[in-house]
Design a protein around this ligand. Structure first.
Ligand code: KIV
Ligand code: ZN
Length: 524
């Protein structure tokens, strides 16, 4: 039977929908929270990447989540915009409100179906869960034609009950049925079996899209997702760089490149513009402050590096000897060297477009260009990574309450260090002077003096954006307050300035997070 989907029309049998949850499940991981402007920027990058669905957030979770879903729904064009809701009227109505401005929208509602979750988490009898499925999907369908229903902890659900639950969701009007491996427990054979059983046994299953959502606790999320496709899934859910709860989600770039590289095994099409993969991955790393590990498939620094002599020799003779896909097919360019101090505004603007920052307004361009010139004066060669770090400071974080302005430090082997700091707080320029045990401590104390807060420093790390001695330092600061964790990032050729930028970034994220309810109550 051909599936006619409310948002995608008549679906070809070989089409796999790419559902990105970087901004929802991904953003739920500790330290990965993003501000509104960061989320919008990321959603624009996901649209350029060609994902079919962007799960933009969990609107009931906080005013900030609501605002993010609403703004993305109103401004980002191309993908279907989706909002998450538990099986309760309040959640569903709030999600519908947030999605009102979307060109194409989806409500995603879920409830647990495994014996463990029903008994201990929901404290509900199975029959009551079935009733909740019918009620929640029916209500969601009153607000949107495109409704996804998820069986949380689906892979640990009794298969007979899972089939009844899926049947109830389809009968109530769900157009996509998602069976998550919420705790990352399943192995590929489980996924293949569960999906093919649901497809064969549940009336109406051939008229909806089956979807896989796998967590990576055993490092099997991508393998499990491919196995689910074998079993009949035609939507895959995942996140850029594989971020997500605990060990993360299925990595979008890995599952997409597995299908692209092995069309003999996976004869499916999707709409991903693979040359945009790397810049999307980097934007996420820069925004969240978490780099991927060097050996990460597709987007890790070493993913296309060949160290051993035998491999290098083979590569020189024919790259296919050791490369199963070309680096440029996922966005790696040969030379990362870009602009110098004589480069003009037009070249700078072109580079920004190439790096995925699209058309930025004149004011932001002027500010970014001014900072670039300043950087080029201090640094011999400016690399793409330098520009990404710089743009993150000027363009992505433009709605923050606390803004870094100036810092001057005096430090050395004798006596305490002193920091003179200027911040703009809620539009008012303020300055403070503080002493500390080293320049970073002095700078952090000055920030606390200007913006008093109780958060403690849980992590401070420094790395270099590029390899030379004039490289920009990239600092990460993790702040902790009442169980909330946030990470901030800063980059500058001056290490102490970079540390202060990272602290201020973390502080802004904390202010956003303070509005949210406790994570346990909202976990999905
Ligand atoms: O992992 C999970 O079960 C989820 C659902 C809300 C889809 O994230
Ligand atoms: Zn999940």
């Amino acid at each position: 039977m051909t599936i006619t989907h409310p948002n995608f029309g008549a679906m070809a049998h070989d089409r796999v929908i790419i559902f990105d949850t970087t901004l929802r499940d991904g953003e739920q991981s500790p330290g990965f929270s993003m501000t509104l402007s960061e989320k919008v920027r990321m959603a624009e990058a996901l649209a350029e990447l060609g994902v079919d669905v962007i799960e933009a957030g969990f609107p009931i979770a906080s005013n900030d989540d609501f605002a993010a879903v609403k703004t993305i729904a109103e401004t980002v064009r191309g993908p279907v915009i989706c909002g998450l809701a538990r099986a309760s009227p309040g959640d569903i109505v709030r999600a519908a409100e947030a999605l009102r401005g979307a060109e194409r929208r989806r409500i995603h509602t879920f409830i647990s179906t495994s014996p463990l979750h029903m008994k201990y988490k929901l404290r509900m009898e199975p029959e009551a869960v079935l009733e909740a499925i019918t009620a929640s999907v029916t209500l969601a369908r009153n607000h949107a034609d495109d409704v996804e229903w998820s069986a949380e902890d689906g892979t640990r659900t009794d298969i007979d009950f899972l089939c009844r639950a899926v049947e109830a969701a389809i009968a109530a009007g769900a157009t996509t049925i998602n069976i998550p491996d919420t705790v990352g427990y399943a192995v590929p054979a489980d996924l293949r079996r569960i999906f093919s059983t649901v497809r064969e046994r549940v009336p109406g299953a051939d008229g909806v899209i089956l979807s896989a959502h796998n967590h990576n606790d055993l490092g099997l999320a991508v393998a499990n997702t491919l196995a689910a496709i074998d079993g009949g899934a035609r939507q895959v859910e995942g996140a850029i760089n594989g971020i997500g709860e605990r060990a993360g989600n299925c990595s979008i770039e890995e599952v997409v490149m597995a299908m692209r590289t092995r069309p003999d095994a996976y004869t499916f099409v999707n709409g991903i513009e693979t040359p945009n993969i790397l810049k999307t991955s980097r934007l996420l790393s820069t925004t969240t402050g978490f780099d991927v590990q060097p050996n990460k498939a597709i987007v890790g620094r070493n993913a296309f590096a060949h160290e051993s002599g035998i491999h290098q020799d083979g590569m020189l003779k024919n790259a296919a000897t050791y490369e199963i896909m070309t680096p440029d097919s996922v966005g790696w360019t040969k030379s990362n060297l870009v602009l110098g101090k004589h480069s003009g505004r037009a070249a700078f603007r072109d580079k920004l477009v190439q790096l995925g920052y699209g058309e930025i307004g004149d004011n932001r361009l002027n500010e970014a260009f001014r900072r670039f010139k300043d950087l080029a004066d201090r640094k011999k060669t400016v690399f793409e990574d330098d520009i990404i770090a710089l743009i993150d400071e000027t363009v992505v974080r433009d709605h923050e309450r606390v803004r870094f302005e100036e810092l001057e430090v005096r430090s050395g082997s004798k006596g305490p260090s002193t920091a003179n700091l200027v911040l703009t707080i809620d539009g008012v320029r303020r300055s403070a002077r503080a002493q500390g045990d080293g320049p970073v401590d002095a700078a952090f104390r000055a920030i606390r003096e200007l913006f008093p807060h109780e958060a403690t420093l849980a992590l401070f790390s420094i790395g270099a954006v590029t390899p030379e001695t004039d490289a920009q330092a990239r600092c990460t600061v993790r702040l902790q307050e009442n169980g909330r964790l946030v990470d901030g990032q800063g980059a500058d050729t001056d290490t102490v300035v970079s540390a202060a930028l990272a602290y201020v970034h973390a502080l802004n994220k904390l202010l956003v997070k303070r509005e949210r309810r406790e994570p346990e109550a909202m976990s999905a």
